[in-house]
Ligand binder design. Structure first.
Ligand code: SAH
Length: 388
């Protein structure tokens, strides 16, 4: 199929077409600035990832190819519920139709490039995406749960000074299927290595999930849908640096999953040094967004908080946190610092942690002290940086 369009206008690319070539203007005698874009159907070179289509688009495609619309439902189930990687395994689809699908589409799946197991049972996957980029996802086993910690971006654009992923800078957002596949992989590993089901998902891997809002929500939609993995949204936690506008949007979108905010200091000046996002999304604005979140969802928030020696280990720091916790119902996870280099950050002393526990307790704030998992394989919070 060839479309002729004037310069700068985009070629109308349907879901089965791709712009593959731009012909130099000297071929365009008499056509002014016009440029040829060649869009190709049935291309074997540049096929569409079939999982980029939603069910309605898939139906449309089948109808356009003189097939019954219910085929879309069948293929959709193979793709999402059963996570098939090959059209040939779609046993209720006829051979000619499978071949037709193969000639138009590919199924892009992530591949586990490297898997490491920690002595505490934690598994870290270095996951290769279809363009060769790598992200990491982690399976964290405890007595009661198996949690998948998954990535939402390749690298990260936020410069949190204590985080290894920040050093990578942001390369791109993950697609919904790339997010979904990390969960599928860990679900299979939970079964294979622990003979237990995956119980929880946390968006605490690489990247800032709210800066990949649409794809993350689409992936969660599929993870929680009966036609996907059918997991409960209550078992999913999205962790954010605190992008205030987007916390409000989550509330407006009436999401059913949990929200965690990486706080690390409730004093603006200190927080801005740790997390530069705080310069434009200040604690007052964060408080405002969280009030909005609670007014709409009635769900409490979790604050992720590391206590560092000489940085935020004083009484005034703990008191500021206790005060911030009064804004809406909340709890605090005091997470252990996972060193990423010989930088200025050191885990605070047990006495400082005890001080936080006492002060938060005195203000009726629920606090959990979280031990790190998978440290020996650099799989702990903030250590994900493709070192494997
Ligand atoms: N961008 C999101 C999710 C990814 S980071 C967020 O910031 O919440 C997941 C968690 O790990 C965050 O709470 C983050 O502050 C924390 N973290 C980052 N680096 C860390 C480190 N070196 N040690 C301990 N926690 C770290």
């Amino acid at each position: 199929m060839i479309f002729l369009r004037s310069s700068k206008k985009k070629c109308h690319v349907g879901f089965n077409a791709r712009v593959i070539l731009r012909i130099p203007s000297f071929f365009n005698s008499g056509l002014g600035d016009s440029i040829f874009y060649i869009c190709r159907m049935n291309s074997t070179v540049d096929k569409t990832d079939i999982r980029a289509l939603n069910k309605a688009q898939l139906k449309e495609w089948f109808v356009a190819h003189n097939e019954k619309p219910f085929r879309a439902q069948q293929v959709y189930e193979w793709l999402w519920q059963k996570s098939l990687k090959n059209f040939d395994d779609m046993t209720n689809i006829s051979l000619p139709l499978r071949n037709l699908l193969k000639s138009h589409f590919v199924i892009n799946h992530i591949k586990v490039d490297d898997m490491q197991r920690s002595e505490d049972g934690t598994i870290k996957n270095a996951v290769k995406l279809h363009d060769g980029r790598i992200v990491e996802s982690v399976l964290i086993p405890t007595d009661k749960r198996i949690t998948a910690c998954i990535s939402s971006q390749v690298g990260c654009s936020l410069d949190c000074t204590f985080c290894a992923t920040a050093r990578l800078k942001r390369m791109r957002n993950l697609n919904p299927d790339e997010i979904y596949d990390q969960v599928v992989t860990i679900k299979q590993q939970a079964d294979e290595f622990f003979n237990r089901p995956l119980t929880n998902i946390v968006f605490m891997g690489m990247g800032e999930p709210l800066l990949n809002y649409k794809n993350v929500l689409e992936a969660i939609g599929k993870i929680t849908h009966d036609e996907g993995l059918g997991m409960s949204a209550k078992r999913i936690t999205l962790s954010t640096v605190g992008v205030t506008k987007l916390i409000k949007k989550l509330a407006d979108d009436e999401v059913k999953f949990n929200l965690a905010v990486s706080l690390h200091s409730a004093i603006d000046e200190k927080r801005s040094k740790l997390m530069p996002i705080n310069e434009t999304n200040t604690l007052d604005e964060l408080a405002d967004a969280l009030r909005y979140w609670y007014s709409k969802t009635k769900r409490k928030v979790t604050y992720e908080y590391v206590v560092w020696e000489g940085i935020n280990d004083k009484r005034e720091d703990a008191e500021a946190l206790a005060k911030f916790c009064q804004i809406i119902p909340s709890k605090v996870n005091l997470i252990e610092y996972n060193p990423i280099d010989d930088g200025p950050y050191q885990q605070a002393s047990p006495a400082a942690i005890a001080l936080y526990e006492r002060i938060l307790g005195a203000h009726d704030v629920v606090v959990n002290v979280r031990r790190s998992r998978g440290k020996d394989i650099d799989a702990a919070c903030g250590q994900l940086a493709n070192k494997s």
